[in-house]
Write a protein that binds this ligand. Sequence first.
Ligand code: PLP
Length: 375
Amino acid sequence: MITFNRAPYIPKAQEYVADVIKSSEIAGDGKYTKLCSEWMENKFSAKKVLLTTSCTAALEMAAILLDIQPGDEVIMPSYTFVSTANAFAMYGAKTVFVDIRPDTMNIDEKLIEAAITEKTKAIVVVHYAGVACEMDVINNISHKYNIPIIEDAAQGVMATYKDQSLGTIGDLGCYSFHETKNYVMGEGGALVINNEQYLERAEIIREKGTNRARFFRGEVDKYSWVDVGSSFLPSEINAALLYGQLECAEKINDDRLKSYQFYYEHLKDLEAEHCLELAYVPDYCKHNAHMFYVKLKDLEQRERFIRYMREKGAYCVFHYVPLHSSEAGIKYGYFSGTDNYTTTESNRLVRLPMYYGLSKEDKETIIQAIEKFLN
Ligand SMILES: *Cc1c(COP(=O)(O)O)cnc(C)c1O
């Protein structure tokens, strides 16, 4: 059976994890956490990167940093993972869902302005599949109304928009290193701080509301409880696992892009014959092959496709019940404007197996099965 996903296995990462266990310095913010943060700060030209226990945790930190209060509104797409909304709903915000563009599945930047009210506290963009949202337009809206931008760049590590790394464009960026993402800690993530005004408080929130980070830098002579916060920092074991992968991030990225290109080359004729649709990537966006999806006619054909592929030995999956039509989404949010694409496009989309080290034979098996299904 060809699995849908596999976490990258990097021997060096295993060595680093063993190194941590032997050293007995297993708690957070040790050697490997520092190495990961510095690596990302250099590679992505980011002001500050703080490792977290998940992208969900990074989004929750963003909600605390923006001082989200009951009654505030936060704009985001409905076509996203629950954490994008949940992190803000937890602090009492109403989630205002905006329709997506059918070509990239990202928030439609032309519809954001109409969703803004005096209560709008943030715009959360999601770079779906590692393909950037239209950030120039969204930045202009942010400046015009003085509303901060949070990037949910869970899927966008190592991808760029006009040569800027995703996660470093808005005020705050959130990465995921969950097992299903391109680089993994098991469970893990990072908060990227691009707007300096959030820096000091972010360190405090991440350390249970204490100024422990300043204490370790010798800036205060004892550390104490100074603000609200939680335990948002991951163990060194997780950081060591990640560092082994970051060291060969280009290699992992190239391998994924090669698989993406293989799928694309073998499916583009079927797209030209209108048998299916493929993703659109604007030429100023460099994606990271986080996923390869195809869009079929409708829900019924997609269900048949998933069943057929499973019979042929390949796990293909769909995702995201649009948040505005889910139980909590109805309770905590509303859809701004008309749902022209969110529901119809999400019903058609299916993801093909994609991971570091996916073999050529497996990809050929998948392509042959797709051709057979469609012909
Ligand atoms: C995976 C994902 C998350 C959640 O990441 P965790 O690290 O599992 O918390 C959030 N948003 C998007 C868009 C994701 O794909």
